[in-house]
Every structure is written in C-alpha cells, then in structure tokens.
Write a protein that binds this ligand. Sequence first.
Ligand SMILES: Cc1cc2nc3c(=O)[nH]c(=O)nc-3n(C[C@H](O)[C@H](O)[C@H](O)COP(=O)(O)OP(=O)(O)OC[C@H]3O[C@@H](n4cnc5c(N)ncnc54)[C@H](O)[C@@H]3O)c2cc1C
Length: 287
Amino acid sequence: MIPGAFAYHRPKSVNEAVAMLADLGEDARALAGGHSLIPLMKLRLAAPEHLVDLAGIADLKGIREEGGDIVIGAMTTQNELIASELLAAKVPLIRETSRLIADPQVRYAGTIGGNVANGDPGNDLPAVMMCLNAVYQAAGKGGAKRFAARDFYRSAYVTALAPGDIVTAVRIPAPPAGHGAAYEKLKRKIGDYATAAAAVVLTLNGDRIGSCSIGLTNVADTPLWAEEAAKILVGSTLDAATVKKAVAAAEAITSPAADNRGPAAYRTKMAGVMLTRALARARASAK
Ligand SMILES: Cc1cc2nc3c(=O)[nH]c(=O)nc-3n(C[C@H](O)[C@H](O)[C@H](O)COP(=O)(O)OP(=O)(O)OC[C@H]3O[C@@H](n4cnc5c(N)ncnc54)[C@H](O)[C@@H]3O)c2cc1C
C-alpha cells in the first residue's frame, strides 16, 4: 500500500508542465486529483519516477462560456462541476453524471481532466463527453492540439494523447435550449464504478425525436458512442417497438468483461436497461 519512490514537480504554467514532461520522458506522469493514479501507485501497478502536479497551474481551472461552447479547465474538480450554475443551466447532464461519480471525498479532489484522460472504461465522464460531442483541448511538445472525444479512446488506458501531452480543457457545444438529457448508472453500492451506464441527449421536433445521441459506460474496453442506436430513434415517438430496436443495436456494440460486477451477458443486458430508462427520462425532461 506504499508507492515506490518518486520525485515531485509543481510547474506554474502549461508551457512549464509540457517542457518538464518532455524532458523527463517516459518515467514521468501528470498528476491531477490523484484519485486514479495514486491508488495504482499504492498497488505498484504504476511506478512513475516523476510526478508533474498540475495543481499549481491557474490557467487549467474554471468553467466559462465561449461563443456557443462551454469550456471547462482540466483541473476543475468533479465537485466544482456539480456546483456550477452555468453547467446546471446549459448542460445539466454533467451535474447529474458528476453526482454519480464515487463519493464526495473523491469528487473534491478528482478532476474532469483526469477523469477523461485516464482512459479507464469505468470512468463516467468519457461516455457523456462522447454523447455531447465534446472536444478535448491539449498541449504537448508539438504545441496545441484538439481531439474529438468520439475519436479519443483506443483501448483500456490507451488514448489519442502522445506521451507528454496534457489535456488543458474540455470544450462542449452547448446542446439547444429545451433539449432533454439523462444518465442512468447501475452500481452495486454508492461509490462504485458502473456495472453499466447510459447517457442520452435528445431534442424534440413536435412529439417526435429530432436528434439523439447515446453514450455507454463500462461495457467495452473503451466508452462507446452508440451511433446506430441513436439513428434508429430519430423521427420516432419513442414507441416501444422502436426503443426495443435501438436498445438491441446498442447492446450489439458492447463487449464487456465478466468481472465481480457480473457476467458479460448480464452487463450487456444492463446496458440496455440503463438505455431504456435514460431515454424515457431524457424524453420527459425535453421541452
Ligand atoms: C474509491 C473511488 C471510487 C471511484 N469511483 C468512480 C466512479 O464511480 N466513476 C468515475 O468516473 N470515477 C471514479 N473514480 C475515479 C475518480 O473519478 C478520479 O478522480 C478520476 O478517474 C481521475 O481524475 P484525477 O483528477 O483524480 O486524476 P489522476 O488520478 O491524478 O490521474 C489519472 C490519470 O490521468 C492522467 N492525467 C490526469 N490529468 C491529466 C491531464 N490534464 N492531461 C493528461 N493526463 C492527465 C494522469 O497522468 C493519470 O494517468 C473513483 C476513484 C476512487 C478512489
């Protein structure tokens, strides 16, 4: 339960952090809230020789509106996401999801940047970011970069970031006023990662679905964007037969591991149940 020895660095700017990570090379890791990295280090599943703590970089904090986008600094904590009135008004899905991450103790330290950059399929915010079509802004040796959340996740703990890149902000196109959204998460107890979870954002066109986007958590080795399932629903009234077809399409792209949360077939079915519930709640919250 005691991590290996490491040197601690605390840069004051993004440029300084990027330069440090480039100089220190493969033996260095960025440190954000530490609530994924430190447990791995304590178990000796990670043993970086250098930690580059991003906590002293003021530019990585804060939530602001820029044009039609909401921009969230990478070091914004999950608790700050919950507390933000701007997010509650413009993208309530983020508050709803953040309240389902772990427990308050974790959320006071854990950051949005760490949650989306970590690459753990059990993290809740990545599928939500795919659902919202977010873009991750990053900085690295080659300068500023941008990655669509939908193209970012390659396999468990492998993302599009190059070694030494840091995510600086998450940029979310604000969904239209009147949109409906929901995140449904099945977990064994408070503070647990999802057995399966589903995020839905939709708009209405009269009593029909005008647009729909679906993300799934912890039912494959990456978060999933269920594009085909969402397409099936557009133009429908969310009648039972169409929902059943869409749920089958979403279940078809899952490939969960069997673990102590249940066998693979159970977790796939639970993804379908979570999606059915999320669709109904998102529909009810749309205007
Ligand atoms: C008991 C417990 C329960 C939890 N339950 C959940 C849960 O239900 N749902 C959930 O989503 N999460 C859960 N978590 C994880 C938690 O949300 C973490 O805070 C989050 O996964 C990582 O964020 P962090 O800021 O703590 O990052 P850290 O742990 O500091 O870093 C995680 C990884 O991301 C990298 N990293 C961090 N920031 C950046 C950046 N800006 N750019 C590039 N790389 C970066 C680090 O190098 C490291 O590899 C739980 C954690 C614990 C301890």
